[in-house]
Design a protein around this ligand. Sequence first.
Ligand code: AMP
Ligand code: MG
Length: 288
Amino acid sequence: MKHNNLIVKPNTKINLSKISTSDTNGFNSKKEAKAMLKDNIKKMVELQAKLYAQDKYAMLIIFQAMDAAGKDGTIKHVMSGLNPQGTQVYSFKQPSKTELDHGYLWRINKALPEKGRIGIFNRSHYEDVLVVRVHDLISDQITPLKFRNKNIWKQRFQQINNFEKYLYENGIIILKFFLHISKDEQKKRFLKRIDDPAKNWKFSEGDIKERAYWGNYQKAYQEAISETSKTYAPWFIIPADKKWFTRLVVSEIIVYEMEKLEPDYPKLTGEQLNKLRKAKELLLDDKK
Ligand code: AMP
Ligand code: MG
C-alpha cells in the first residue's frame, strides 16, 4: 500500500485542518486490512530478530496525538508479537520534580533504545513544545528569566532537530507518527469511555479540559511538525478516525523502514565456523 503521501516533506508548512483524518489511501476492506496487519507483524518479528542479532542500529518510534486518537491501541496491536527482550516502551507523563530539575531532554536520553532494540515512545520530548506551550508551563522548566524569551519555541525546534540528527548519526533510526483524529471522533470515543465500564479508567475529567484547547493544540502540533520533519527523522501524519487503517498503515511504514536497513544475521568468519564445527564434534562425542 502506498504511504508516501503521509510523510511530511522537510521545510514545508503543513495545515492540519486541510489534512484528512479519515482517508484510507483508497483502501476499504477492513477484513483485508486485518489480514495485512497480521502479515506485517510476522515480517516485523523476523526483521526484529535480525536487528537484534545484528546489533548495529536501534529504532526509535515516536507516537504523538490528541487524547483518544489511539496511541495505546496502535502500540498494542502493531507491536504485539515482537520479542519483549528487544523492545522497550516508554510512556512520558507529567515530569517529576527531579525531571524538571534537568533539561527536558534528560529523561528522553535515559529512555533511548540500545543498539539492536526498538524503542517506542508513547509521547516524547514533543510534549515540551506542545502541552508546555499550550499551557505556558515553561517557567516550571527554565528558571532564568532571560532564557524564557519569545524565541523559545523556535529555539526548542532547533534543539530537537540537533538532538535527533545526533541520534541518527549514531545509528538510531527515528520514525515519528502523529495520529490525526477529528474533534468529532474524539467526542465519540470519550462518550464510549464514559459508557463502557471496561473503558471508564481511560477517561479523566482533565480530558474534557484539554479538549477545550483543541485549536491551540492543533496550531502547536502543526508548527512543531512543520519545523521538525527531516529526512533523518521524518514525521508521518496518520489519519486516525478509523482504527483499522491507523494500525495497518503504521505497520506498513515500520516494515518498510526496517527493510531499508537490510538487517541480517551476522555472517561468521571461516575461523568462527571452524570453532562451531569443533564444538559440534565435542557435543556429539559427549556420551552422557
Ligand atoms: P496519558 O498519556 O493520558 O497517560 O497522560 C500523560 C499526561 O502527561 C498528558 O496529559 C501529557 O500532556 C502530560 N505530559 C507529558 N509530558 C509532559 C511534559 N513534558 N510537561 C507537561 N506535561 C506532560
Ligand atoms: Mg490520557
